[in-house]
Design a binder for this molecule. Structure first.
Ligand code: HEC
Length: 101
């Protein structure tokens, strides 16, 4: 069941996102899920409210951005060892969950 879902999913976002998906599974999955709220907000919620700059800022410096995003405290670690193309790939992956209206 899980596999089938993953396949459908992979087909839907295949283009720019396989690197982002890999990074997501490595670093973010514990706290964020694609469409369901977990410890942190879902990527879908994030995609519907933020642009790429905000997303990347939060990944590299959550301590510096959480207030601006409306959170009362920060529980997300900084991922400041990711390079620019990894950050792009992650942000594109997150934004691929934006609702299509
Ligand atoms: C230890 C748990 C944890 C991990 C791991 C984690 N996050 Fe978060 N994330 C959170 C929490 C909690 C918040 C809510 C704000 C805060 O605590 O700073 C958040 C907030 C965010 C936001 C901003 C949400 C908004 O409202 O715009 C983004 C973007 C984000 N995370 C992306 C990521 C990405 C990408 C990764 C993997 C590289 C990741 N997070 C890993 C817990 C986590």
């Amino acid at each position: 069941m899980k596999k089938i879902w993953l396949l459908i999913f992979a087909g839907a976002v295949l283009s720019a996102s396989s690197e982002g998906e890999k990074l997501f599974k490595t670093y973010c999955w514990g706290c964020h899920h694609q469409t369901a709220e977990a410890f942190g907000p879902s990527f879908q919620t994030i995609a519907n409210h933020r642009d790429k700059g905000r997303i990347i800022a939060q990944i590299v410096d959550p301590e510096g951005t959480y207030k601006m995003l409306g959170y009362r405290r920060n529980s997300m670690p900084a991922f400041d060892d990711l390079n620019a193309s990894q950050l792009e790939a992650l942000a594109d992956y997150i934004l691929s969950f934006k609702d299509k209206k």
